[in-house]
Design a protein around this ligand. Structure first.
Ligand code: MGD
Ligand code: MGD
Ligand code: MO
Length: 673
């Protein structure tokens, strides 16, 4: 979350990490994972030398230079035989979404391949597309501290985004009402005025119901809508379908609660802010549901006002990516045919489609892949297929701190440098701040991300042209050149530098950054193939909810101690959170005579998994819903998720309403009981 931290280094070794009270993000608070970075960085399992998988399947150490030479050689072979696009690069959540990922994008384009993948195929890109379609920007952190009502949709900010939660709590202190919409009780709910338990996958119906109420009651901001939006007539006509009775049937939320929520919003227009969590992206209707949510905020008139949804301005910095010079769009970026918006808006190839290309089911073969900072065997849907696809490659390189489930499939494992072993630029667009994090330690022989891509590029003969900078400091200076942000000042500043003053109500003087220059309640379909002009709600195909032993499985609710598959090797965390469990409502457990800690089997269309049951109180989760966290190597929930059940616009997988059967391990005991 880019929280400000202070690190103490003694004789070249980190000794302490504390929150930096002067830093505008986090203000000195850090989560358990912040201090645990020490244990992660000096962990005895950390890989300190490159490894090569031998014919007998065992990994042997190999000198770094030799590893780079062999990898470059294999890349060249694939390129000569099949073309550069048969090689891809993939970066994960551990590297963030700016500078570090741009090295990989730059490298793969310089090689001549359009195929860059990242965790973006399952995170963030869907909301990026949705927000940009409606208003042309993504606010990240809405102006919670000055809001009247804060709607938190399918997110657990208290655990997942502590800096944003601080803003929410500031708002609450000033009287803001917090509403949490979630099928389960969360830590964030402690602060909520209203907790709305919703059937996963049905948020779209609730949003439209709220929109309908606001319009029917004339409680929306009609002046703003008239002056600054397009498509309102169609939007209003469509909203009429969502009467309270229908919405209640669809979402499982009572008519009273829907009314109460609608009235709360109506009474507090325009000071409405929202947080749209990952759960919305992991629905098969994700982009459109989020478009509807963004539209709800906009008809309230909350765009770019204090207490609403700010329109951030970005610094005018240089991009390391080569899309302007080497677009390579004619080379069929993987997934761009099926999910053109994913490519158009985020320049992302679909990592789900990549698996098909690896398995020979794409338009051309993908035979080589370099993965850094990701662990897709545990984090991408349909884990069995991911494993099979990655194992089938001619070249798989994994750069990581540890031998992960993904690294085990690699031909070469390259040791990674952690975030404290690099220097990089950070931007906080909602605060208009730029900051520089410093390299504070070094492990002999371990190359950071920039050095690694540069080394490979040098070996392949395009280093001089595309990676000319001797080190990351030179890269940082180049990125900032001409931006007005002074590198020297940034180096000295611990709190970041404001790159532009915060301004509000910019739409009064400049058009919104959409094709029409207005908020687009409907999108111009001719621009976007396959996109309904209205953000329509398509009910998820199944509502089994508690019928016999059929359930909807939501996956991936975050734990405070883990970050996806990371930190599982931190002993004190493992002790508190030792095993994956399946959460189940007490009434369902009783109905199926399942007791706490009992091992049960979960079966989906894709696979099956045995886990211990954790029974939640009847009011802590809706009946008919199961929840399992992701990132466990033993008990990988992505064995159950389906890579073909996707949002047709973003290509994102359904990870939040997977239909499953729950079975007792000995079925005869159910029959006799
Ligand atoms: N500690 C920790 N923090 C993290 C991460 C981590 O792994 N660990 N990961 C980071 C990343 S990459 C991300 S993307 C964010 C995610 O952060 P958030 O968006 O806050 O996601 P979660 O914490 O998983 O919370 C999702 C909530 O949605 C609920 N939910 C499930 N299905 C539905 C549904 O259909 N509708 C609604 N309304 N709710 C639903 C779940 O019960 C759960 O409580 O967290 C980031 N922060
Ligand atoms: N079922 C289900 N699956 C999900 C989700 C869900 O909710 N449900 N959430 C999805 C989401 S939102 C996301 S963002 C993805 C995340 O998916 P991934 O990006 O695959 O995330 P991680 O498991 O955190 O993998 C990060 C890897 O990088 C390594 N690493 C740590 N620091 C560094 C570094 O500095 N350099 C390098 N090179 N490596 C480093 C870690 O050891 C770890 O192996 O998971 C997705 N998967
Ligand atoms: Mo994510």
């Amino acid at each position: 979350m880019h929280c400000g931290i202070n690190v103490q280094v003694e004789n070249g070794r980190l000794t302490k990490i504390t929150g930096d009270k002067s830093h505008p993000v986090g203000r000195g608070k850090i989560c358990p994972k912040g201090t645990a970075a020490l244990e992660m960085i000096y962990h005895r399992d950390r890989i300190l030398t490159p490894l090569k998988r031998m014919q007998n399947g065992k990994f042997e150490p190999i000198p770094y230079d030799r590893a780079i030479a062999e990898i470059a050689d294999k890349i060249s072979k694939i390129k000569d035989e099949l073309g550069a696009r048969s090689v891809g690069a993939w970066t994960g959540e551990a590297l963030g979404f700016l500078q570090q990922e741009e090295y990989a994008r730059r490298f793969i384009h310089a090689l001549g391949s359009p195929n860059y993948f990242s965790a973006d195929s399952v995170c963030y890109a869907a909301r990026h597309i949705a927000y940009h379609l409606v208003q042309g920007y993504y606010p990240a952190c809405e102006d919670y501290s000055d809001s009247n009502v804060i709607l938190i949709w399918g997110a657990n900010l208290d655990i997942t985004h502590p800096p944003f939660m601080q803003e929410v709590l500031k708002g609450r202190q000033k009287g803001a009402k917090i509403v949490v919409i979630d099928p389960r009780k969360t830590k964030t709910e402690r602060y909520a005025e209203m907790a709305v338990r919703i059937i996963p996958g049905t948020d779209g119906a609730l949003v439209w119901g709220l929109i309908n109420h606001l319009i029917q009651e004339d409680a929306y901001d009609a002046d703003f809508v008239r002056q600054y939006t397009v498509g309102f007539d169609d939007f209003r006509a469509y909203a009429k379908k969502f009467d309270t009775a229908y919405v209640s049937r669809e979402t499982g939320v009572s008519i009273d609660t829907i009314r109460q929520l609608a009235e709360l919003i109506a009474a507090n227009v325009p000071g409405i802010s929202q947080y749209v969590g990952i759960s919305l992206e992991h629905q098969v209707n994700g982009v459109n549901v989020i478009r509807a949510m963004v539209s709800l905020g906009n008809i309230c008139g909350s765009a770019d006002i204090p207490g609403g949804s700010p329109w951030p301005e970005y610094p005018n910095v240089r991009s390391l990516a080569l899309y302007d010079h080497l677009p390579l769009s004619d080379f069929q970026p993987i997934g761009a045919d099926r999910f053109p918006l994913l490519y158009q808006f985020r320049k992302q190839c679909s990592s789900l489609a990549a698996m098909d290309y690896m398995l020979g089911k794409g338009n051309y073969p993908l035979r080589g892949c370099i993965i850094s900072g990701a662990n897709p065997v545990l984090t991408n849907p349909n884990a069995a297929k991911v494993k099979q696809a990655l194992s089938s490659l001619d070249l798989l390189v994994v750069k990581d701190l540890f031998i992960t489930e993904t690294a085990k499939l690699a031909h070469y494992i390259i040791p990674a440098a952690s975030f404290l072993e690099r220097s990089e630029l950070h931007y906080y667009p909602y605060k208009h701040l730029a900051a520089l994090s410093r390299k504070v330690i070094e492990f002999k022989g371990i190359r950071n991300e920039y050095d690694f891509w540069k080394d490979l590029a040098d070996e392949l003969g395009f280093g001089m042209r595309y990676f000319p900078w001797p080190d990351e400091t030179a890269v940082n200076q180049w990125i900032l050149e001409g931006s007005g942000i002074d590198f020297k000042a940034l180096e000295k500043s611990t709190q970041g530098i404001e790159y532009a003053p915060l301004r509000r109500r910019k739409f009064e003087s400049i058009p919104f950054p959409t094709p029409s220059g207005r908020i687009e309640l409907t999108s111009d379909v001719t621009l976007f193939r396959d996109l309904p002009s209205l953000p329509e709600y398509i009910p998820p195909r199944h509502h089994p909810c508690g019928k016999r032993n059929l359930f909807l499985l939501a996956t991936g609710a975050r734990s405070p101690f883990y970050y996806h598959s990371r930190y599982r090797n931190i002993v004190r965390f493992k002790r508190r959170n030792p095993d994956p469990v399946v959460e189940i409502n007490a009434m369902d457990a009783e109905r199926l005579s399942i007791s706490n800690d009992e091992k049960v089997r979960i079966v989906s269309k894709t696979g099956e998994l045995m886990l211990s049951a954790k029974i939640l109180k009847a009011d802590e989760v809706l009946p008919g819903i199961l929840q399992v966290g992701h990132g466990w190597d033993q008990g990988n929930v992505n064995l159950l998720t389906d890579d073909t059940d996707v949002d047709p616009i973003s290509g994102f997988p359904n990870l939040k309403h997977v239909v499953v059967r729950l079975e007792k391990i000995q079925p005869e005991s159910i029959m006799s009981g």
